[in-house]
Design a protein around this ligand. Structure first.
Ligand SMILES: NC(=O)c1ccc[n+]([C@@H]2O[C@H](COP(=O)([O-])OP(=O)(O)OC[C@H]3O[C@@H](n4cnc5c(N)ncnc54)[C@H](OP(=O)(O)O)[C@@H]3O)[C@@H](O)[C@H]2O)c1
Length: 179
């Protein structure tokens, strides 16, 4: 293999803001206006270092305006062929390899932004190397779970850092995927 065609390592970093009870939203259509400004600042700063982001169709619909300035891959089952709109690519991973597509674009750092179905898809397809979990001090009692798998699986993560972001007790945890 010559130097030019050598595949590069892509790093996938997931960002999740959650309630204490592991919920990321009230409903599949709600926004993320309940998170702290300290987490928001951390999140935006982190995204600026990323080459592209991956989101699910529901998350895209609620965050369209903010995502349009980033290289965004929207996962959807509703299309057969890849569809591009400026910086947004609608992609159906059933029809072709998402990893191959991202690699062909030359992306090195990719942010996995959810929601629950996308975190689960990336985790089960070895596309989740690091995980930032922000725990906001709320209990939601119901809502969208962080990972929406259809069957039980167990993945091992190791804790890298813990940071308290503010006086109200928002915690930022960084994990590394050990699988
Ligand atoms: N707190 C947080 O950190 C955080 C982060 C992200 C999102 N959210 C919130 O979470 C909610 C949305 O989460 P969600 O779990 O409902 O949805 P989601 O993962 O954003 O979107 C689910 C949809 O994306 C498409 N999709 C996802 N994975 C796919 C795959 N592997 N193959 C093909 N299509 C795929 C499907 O759309 P089609 O129906 O088009 O096939 C699916 O119905 C929103 O309220 C959002 O604000 C919170």
């Amino acid at each position: 293999m010559n130097r030019k065609s050598k595949p590069h390592k892509v790093i996938y970093t997931a960002y999740v803001a959650t309630s204490i009870d592991g919920r990321i939203a009230e409903s599949h259509q709600s926004g993320i206006d309940w998170t702290s400004k300290e987490d928001w600042n951390f999140f935006q700063k982190s995204l600026n270092k990323m080459d592209a982001v991956i989101v699910g169709h529901n998350t895209y619909k609620v965050s369209k305006d903010r995502l349009k300035r980033r290289n965004t891959i929207v996962l959807t089952s509703k299309i057969n062929k890849l569809k591009t709109q400026d910086k947004i690519v609608f992609f159906n991973p059933k029809n072709s390899s998402l990893e191959k597509f991202l690699s062909s674009k030359g992306y090195k750092n990719i942010a996995v932004l959810g929601g629950g179905k996308v975190y689960d898809f990336c985790l089960s397809n070895k596309m989740l190397d690091e995980l930032f979990v922000t725990i906001e001090p709320y209990v939601f009692t119901n809502g969208v779970p962080m990972f929406s798998g259809i069957r039980f699986r167990k993945y091992k993560f190791s804790l890298v850092t813990v940071k308290r972001l503010n006086k109200t007790g928002t915690l930022l945890l960084k994990y590394k995927n050990e699988n």
